[in-house]
Each structure stands twice: as C-alpha cells, then as structure tokens.
Design a protein around this ligand. Structure first.
Ligand code: HPA
Length: 282
C-alpha cells in the first residue's frame, strides 16, 4: 500500500492489490466495451474474469444493459483486458471514480487504451449505425478527472493534450476499416454530463463548437489515460442523429437497438485492429 495519504490514489492502489493476483497475463491493450460491443468478449476464449463487485471500492454500473466485469483474452494474438460495462459521471460517482477502472488497467500493464461508445451524430449525412473514429474531443462540459492534488505517481500536473488520440493507432484503424470494407468516418467527440439527452439548442451549440458526435462517456476516460501516458484510440457507434436534427424523440432502447444492428461490423473492425496493435513497439 502506498503512503501518499491521497484518498484517490489509496483507493486505486487498494483495487490493484485486490486484482493483481487474478490477472492471467500482462495485457497490452485495454478495451472499453461500449454499446454494440457488449458481446465482443464472448467471441474469444476467456482466460480470466474479475467481476467489479469483487473489488472493494470499485464503482459498479447502474445502467440497464451494462454488465460489470473485467475480461481477459487474447484477441488475434494480442493480450487484452476488456471492461464489460463502464460507469458514467451521470450515475452520481465522483469523476475520479469514473476513471478509476482506466487507471487500474494501466496499472495492470496496458499501454494502449481502446475506447468505444454509443453517440449521437451531429452530421446530417451520418446514417444510423455509422462508425466514427475519434480524432479529438471536447471535455469542457464535465469536470476534469485530474482535478485536485496531482497524483505524481501517475502523471504530470499539466499534461499536454495536443495528441490525445494517437496518430499511429488512428492509422491502424483507418487501414483496417479499409481492408474490411467497413466505412469509418472521423471526427470530434463532445462529452456532455447527461443523463438527459441534449436539447436541440445544445446540439446546435455542439455543432457550432466543431463537434461531430455527442455522448456521455469517453472524453474523461481519455483525459485520465493521457495523463498516464497511455496511447489512446476510440470509435463511436453513431446510434442516432442529435436531438432536433430529426423529428423523432430519442430513447435508450432505440440507441441500444441501433448499436446492436451494427455490432457485427463493429466487432470485426475492433478485433482485427487489436490484432495489428499487438505488433506495435509500445
Ligand atoms: N446524445 C448523448 N449520448 C448519446 C446519444 C445522444 O444523442 N446517443 C447515444 N448516446
């Protein structure tokens, strides 16, 4: 146990003490399974499972359809730890708890973070089920996970954010999508705190700010991972157009159904790309 006296760090190290004996291998990639990738883990031979509820202090998701466990498997030869279920800021957790799982996966040894999510599309040409690679994000509408005393053991006080999403990983995603003939758009993800979907004018504002997709996760996770020097990439599954861009109201079930429809292509893309990431010298 560390002696910093910082409760955020103490909790993180406590979680690490609990899980470290149960990790079957050192993962290279940490993969966060968002909507549409829920079934991803079942495609591979599971080599280890750690349910979140067995980790004292670990935040457990309250959202229907979100499971809660770490899965360990080799994906096309690459050792991967997957988060089946994430927690969101809107569930009421401190932002430091929201990113605790990301920090924990870095402590497990993961150097690459692969984020996925469901998001609302802000470009009229986005079809339902479009996939968008995240090239940058806007996190200004949620608190920073780095707020408070800096955890020097994890990273620097004022981290650079000029390349949060790693160019080499982006190139792997582009090439993989091309070779699988899966259309992959690119754009900027904006995180709102949720849990309500946006109003039409919030959507308008997000578009004016240069965002291409809106969601309720991911950017804070990327900020925490960037602080720790992880290499990051992300894909949003565009499940709907932003509120006010069509005349249909939004509902969670429809978002899930849209994510399920594109799940097969999404999963193939992620699996193939992760296989290639195994060869990266990180
Ligand atoms: N807004 C925010 N989060 C979302 C949306 C949306 O339109 N769709 C899926 N997640």
């Amino acid at each position: 146990m560390s002696e910093t006296g910082n409760p955020v760090y103490e909790k993180l190290m406590g979680c690490f003490q609990t899980v470290k004996e149960r990790i079957p291998f050192v993962p290279k990639v940490a993969l966060v399974l968002g909507s549409g990738l829920g079934g991803f883990g079942e495609r591979f031979q599971t080599e280890g499972v750690i349910p979140y509820e067995e980790i004292p202090g670990f935040p457990v998701s309250t959202v229907p359809g979100h499971e809660g466990r770490f899965l360990f498997a080799h994906v096309n030869g690459t050792p991967v730890v997957m988060m089946q279920g994430r927690v969101h800021y809107y569930e009421g957790y401190e932002i430091s708890d929201v990113v605790l799982p990301i920090r924990l996966m870095k402590l497990m040894g993961a150097r690459i973070l692969f984020l996925t999510n469901a998001a609302g599309g802000l470009r009229q040409e986005f079809a339902e089920g479009a996939l968008m690679m995240i090239t940058d994000h806007i996190a200004s509408f949620v608190p920073s996970p780095l707020r408070g005393e800096n955890l020097e053991e994890l990273g620097t006080r004022f981290p650079d954010m000029s390349r949060v999403y790693d160019p080499a990983l982006q190139e792997i995603l582009r090439q993989t999508a091309r070779s699988l003939e899966i259309p992959l758009a690119e754009g900027v993800y904006l995180q709102f705190s949720g849990p309500a979907y946006e109003t039409p004018h919030e959507v308008k504002m997000a578009r004016l700010l240069g965002a291409d997709a809106v969601g309720m996760s991911t950017a804070c996770e990327a900020a925490a991972a960037n602080h720790m020097g992880m290499k990051i990439c992300g894909i949003s599954c565009i499940t709907n157009l932003g509120c006010g861009m069509t005349d249909r109201p939004l509902c969670h079930e429809e978002v899930q159904q849209a994510a399920d429809r594109v799940a097969d292509a999404f999963q193939r893309l992620v699996a193939e790309a992760i296989g290639k990431m195994g060869g990266l010298p990180v």
